[in-house]
Design a protein around this ligand. Structure first.
Ligand SMILES: [Zn+2]
Length: 231
């Protein structure tokens, strides 16, 4: 079931901030710091850090920024080292009735910069096929909002890899889309924040300042999506 969202009267269109009201529930965002999962611990050391650590510290910063903006936030895990299966990550977002399910990852390999992924078709995993057409449409809008905010706020520091379909990922090429997307009943985006095997990008995201810059870009993109796409 998709969550109900803000009425137009609650939206300050000038800056897309949220105003609290006794009669309404603020929109809820589910933040999913990637790893450890059943397929990857995220603990391989790359340029002096690990993906599981970066995903977690940016996720915690994003949580604080979203709470300050008036959102409710649910995290998919209580601490950095907590293992959650990929399908279960989506089930947490579904159960919370999230307005958006934001999955944080870092890429590896020869590519550069950040990229935002959304389910561009259905996939099948463990006998489950998904996500629905409505979730795919909303996810694309969310990815575009977040991609635009990242481009604006990170463009000077990182290369803009743009918005891409899950089908372009290795997992997506095998099973249609990412596992977390298949099981998601709410809009879902997967952000590859940096390429951690790239020394320059690792140095950027290892710094507190870089982590905050990333979190601010993500928060702005999340807010833009939620405010501009009330259902
Ligand atoms: Zn990852």
């Amino acid at each position: 079931m998709l969550p109900t969202l803000l009425s137009a009267s609650l939206i300050a269109h000038n800056n897309c901030s949220l105003e609290s009201s006794a009669n309404t529930t603020p929109p809820l965002i589910c933040i999913d710091p990637g790893h450890p999962s059943e397929v990857n611990s995220g603990k391989a050391i790359k340029n002096g850090t690990t993906e599981v650590h970066i995903d977690w510290v940016v996720g915690v910063k994003l949580r604080s920024l979203l709470v300050n903006r008036g959102f409710e936030v649910v995290m998919t895990k209580p601490r950095e080292d907590h293992l959650v299966r990929n399908a279960d990550r989506a089930l947490i977002a579904n159960k919370a009735g999230a307005a958006l399910f934001v999955r944080l990852h870092c890429d590896a390999g020869r590519s550069r910069g950040f990229a935002v992924y959304y389910p561009d078709r259905q996939g099948t995993k463990g006998g489950v096929t998904g996500p629905s057409l409505e979730v795919r449409k909303q996810s694309k809008r969310a990815a575009e909002s977040i991609g635009a905010a990242m481009s604006k706020h990170l463009g000077g520091a990182l290369i803009d890899g743009g918005v891409r379909g899950d089908s372009k990922t290795l997992i997506g090429s095998r099973q249609g889309v990412l596992t977390g997307s298949i099981f998601s009943k709410v809009p879902v985006v997967t952000v590859e924040m940096v390429v951690l095997t790239n020394k320059t990008e690792a140095e950027f995201i290892k710094l507190e300042a870089g982590q905050w810059q990333m979190a601010r870009a993500l928060a702005e993109g999340v807010a833009a999506f939620v405010c501009l796409n009330p259902r």
